[in-house]
Design a protein around this ligand. Structure first.
Ligand code: NAD
Ligand code: DAU
Length: 351
């Protein structure tokens, strides 16, 4: 079947892997990537598919009502995979309004256009919203987030994502818009912007710069290789049931400090340094405000209902990730010049 799929945020970290997977695997689908190209969006991520006949890039803001309408009409959009968002928790602490604008109002703008465009014929239409496990709040020592865990967002980022999830469900309930939502755990892999823990630390180790560990480094995250997430998105897009939520995770929990020590060890080996050298760069810094202690996902539903499971062991995934960053130093160099340097100095008090 032919499809015209609007992917938002396709120039970002997860988005570029989703775009590449769908462009390569479904030549009869038209993939329209709409991205504002904020600091986090990078067309370099899409070089290998940019000239494919089934791919089109549109530079636009998801909050721009007229532009969103134009894109829906020009490309006869029949499905949306919505990833565009402000995604970094630390930035949401210093600039919550930007997060409310993009994550809530941007999502609402897309939902409303989908409703207007599809109202007379909802057959084969889908609004697929990509969300996060952070909407469920923070766990204690035990337990896992399930699809029916009550929402309890605790940062401006997760509050904005939670609000957007509620709007998606409200459009399903009120207007009958066909929707599906997935809530995923922490992703890692190639093309992640180096403000996030893993690429930041890989970059700092390379450059022998301090590794800023928030608090005591005891917070726990559940890590999933980004291509496994993209594969899950493909499966949910094709097989997910209308109105349903699916949690996606790696069953792969790591205490930050333990994860950091693994990265240090692998990097020491790859850079021909003495084992233990990079660990000396670990520097404990002031904790993130309102820092969630633990996230962990139960992804039994997507596994049993749709047959998705993570494919990569963490040891293999982290090795692939580090290799990618070491082989793509130009990609990193281009990003960490300019505005990012400004952000970095402010965030880590390096003025
Ligand atoms: P990212 O920050 O790397 O990329 C976001 C993309 O959205 C960028 O290309 C940016 O230019 C674009 N964008 C931002 N504001 C826009 C706007 N107003 N209009 C159009 N485009 C805009 O984010 P990511 O890590 O790839 O996350 C993608 C999605 O997945 C987000 O919705 C995020 O909440 C969700 N998510 C991320 C993770 C993770 O670990 N990274 C985990 C679970 C869910
Ligand atoms: O759980 C899914 C979420 O994972 C996504 O929704 C977010 O978009 C994504 O950014 C990520 O959020 P986190 O806050 O968990 O990721 P981050 O890489 O920023 O931090 C991971 C952990 O590492 C967290 O406990 C904070 C800690 N940390 C982070 C940075 C940047 C540090 O100790 N030092 C740092 O410098």
């Amino acid at each position: 079947m032919k499809k015209n799929i609007l992917i938002t945020g396709g120039a970002g970290f997860i988005g570029c892997h989703v775009v590449k997977l769908l462009v390569n695997n479904y030549p009869n689908y038209n993939i329209i990537n709409m991205d504002k190209l904020t600091y986090a969006g990078n067309l370099e991520n899409l070089k290998e598919i940019e000239n494919h006949p089934n791919y089109k890039f549109v530079k636009a803001d998801i909050c721009d009502i007229d532009k969103v309408k134009e894109v829906f009409e020009t490309y006869t959009v029949d499905s949306v995979i919505h990833l565009a968002a402000e995604s970094h928790v630390d930035r949401s602490i210093t600039n919550p309004f930007e997060f409310a604008q993009t994550n809530i109002l941007g999502t609402l703008t897309l939902l409303n256009q989908a409703k207007n465009s599809w109202l007379n014929d909802l057959e084969d239409k889908l609004f697929y919203h990509i969300s996060t496990d952070e909407v469920y709040g923070s766990l204690g020592d035990t337990g896992l987030f399930l699809e029916d865990t009550p929402y309890d967002p605790k940062s401006p980022y997760s509050a904005a994502k939670a609000s957007s999830d509620h709007f998606v469900r409200a459009y399903n309930n009120t207007y009958g818009l066909p929707v599906v939502i997935t809530n995923c755990s922490n992703n890692y892999g190639p093309n992640q912007f180096p403000e996030k823990l893993i690429p930041l630390f890989i970059n700092n180790i390379q450059n022998k710069k301090p590794l800023p560990v928030y608090g005591k480094g005891e917070n726990i995250r559940d890590w999933l290789y980004v291509e496994d997430h993209a594969r899950a998105i493909d499966i949910v897009f094709h097989k997910g049931r209308n109105g349903e939520t699916y949690n996606i995770g790696g069953f792969n929990e790591w205490k930050n400090i333990d994860l950091i020590k693994v990265i240090c060890k692998v990097m020491d080996k790859k850079l021909g340094r003495e084992i233990g050298e990079s660990e000396q760069l670990i520097t404990y810094v002031k904790d993130r405000a309102g820092h969630d202690m633990r996230y962990a996902i139960d992804s039994t539903k997507i596994s049993e209902e749709l047959g998705w499971n993570p494919s990569l062991q963490f040891e293999e995934g982290i090795e692939k990730t580090i290799n990618w960053y070491l082989q793509n130093k130009d990609w990193l160099e281009n990003i960490i010049s300019g505005d990012y340097q400004e952000y970095y100095n402010k965030q880590y008090n390096l003025r």
